[in-house]
Design a protein around this ligand. Sequence first.
Ligand code: NAD
Length: 499
Amino acid sequence: MPDFKNFIGGKWIAPSTREYFDNVNPADKSDVIGRFPLSGDDDVEDAVQSAKCGFEVWRKTPAPARGDVLRRVGDIMTRRKDEIADLMTREMGKPLTETRGDVQEGIDTAYYAASEGRRLFGHTVPSEMRNKWAMSYRRPIGICGIVTPFNFPMAIPTWKMFPALLCGNACIFKPAEDVPHTGTVLVEILLEAGLPPEVIQLVHGVGETVGASIVSHPEIPVISFTGSTETGRIVGETCGRMHKRLSLEMGGKNAMIVLDDANLELALDGVLWGAFGTTGQRCTATSRLILQRGIHDRFLGQLVDRVRSLKLGDGRKKGTDVGPLVNENAREKVERYIDIGQSEGADLLCGGRRPPGKEYDKGFFFEPTIFARVEAGMRLEQEEIFGPVLSVVRVDSADEAFAINNDVRYGLSSSLYTQDVGIAFRALNELDNGITYVNAPTIGAEAHLPFGGVKQTGNGHREGGWEVYEFYSETKVGYVDFSGSLQRAQIDNYLGTPD
Ligand code: NAD
């Protein structure tokens, strides 16, 4: 079984601790992909000292040249797309169609970043003085600590690192413990594309040690974290105390609303993909389905039939619709919510158990599950489960549906199925989320638009698109006075009242 390494100080090296953990295929626990470093504080310290050298080189590299490296990254990822998708499915379970999409999101993000190298706009504005020039422009910040979750092993690290690198920063990257192989391949690709080695450092390990060490290191001024709201709170407390620039992308409890006038076939396809794709382990997963009374029974009947016919299995096998959960802890968490749902009085319509059969004993499988008669306010309706569990709530009106959508602590994405354009636009205004889809499920973000949520899903920053470049760069303003005399702003100009 191969021992994988960290990438620190421009070299692939073993962890200072000499300790490792096994990376296991969630569809078959006997398939161990390799052993990955259980790094410690010393490894993070070495990474920081090297990244400081990398930053000095990289920040002086012109942004279009930095973009060129990222363009080559996109080319290499395109060439290796199927191979990366296969190794990603092997380590985290989602079917190959989805892992190919995950890699494609990285490719899109690379090409977007490459083009941004020739923009990185600032502003030039008129000065209030004569013979004086005034402009704002962007500067790199320093070392960015990148801490990422397991569910989009390629897309999420690229959302963070590509803009950070394009802006001229160095990165220290800690992938989630369940997906260290995809993280390793991403770093290999950055190096093959020509990134100066010390600009990127890869430190594998456990969140509470390596993650916490990165977050609290005084020489890492920028932290970008995606993960659970609970971990995000810990990260946020440290960063707040240390005055760090912090981007948090956290949990969700996303709802799809289907009104009486909706195209039901379309909505059925949408909810199957939104709720059970990635085995429900997406921040944007549809975990609440809000149905208007007129279509409630019919829609639910059809949905249960469709869910029962989903093929559960190894994501690398043809025909698999739903893969395993990522690990045993994730499966036990789902099982706790099955008990909670039943004790709260919701109706378990299908699923709710580990699938019977020998082939499923090998992995962390769980049947796609639907609870009906879920009431607003139940824990099942309020809390993020992060598994293949859909809670169905019945409502009388669009207004009631909107209120239920908004009455949770999260605010990532929402979705509305209707033919009424007036209600669709009201939803865009009134649903309290970072993203609202009309006649499409709660998942489907595109790399060139801002991505993120409100309330306890985020802290006001966005990934993707153009806004993220502001997070990874510092705005500086320059004034050049070529009048040859002292001109005092607000005092010597023509704006005053004549004496
Ligand atoms: P997690 O919070 O368990 O872990 C995320 C990362 O943080 C991992 O790399 C982990 O090792 C690290 N970590 C853990 N404890 C830490 C600590 N004390 N200090 C620093 N780092 C620490 O999340 P997960 O289970 O990997 O991912 C699932 C969660 O991520 C869900 O809540 C999901 O909604 C969220 N998520 C959000 C988005 C988004 O964009 N909003 C996207 C994907 C996933």
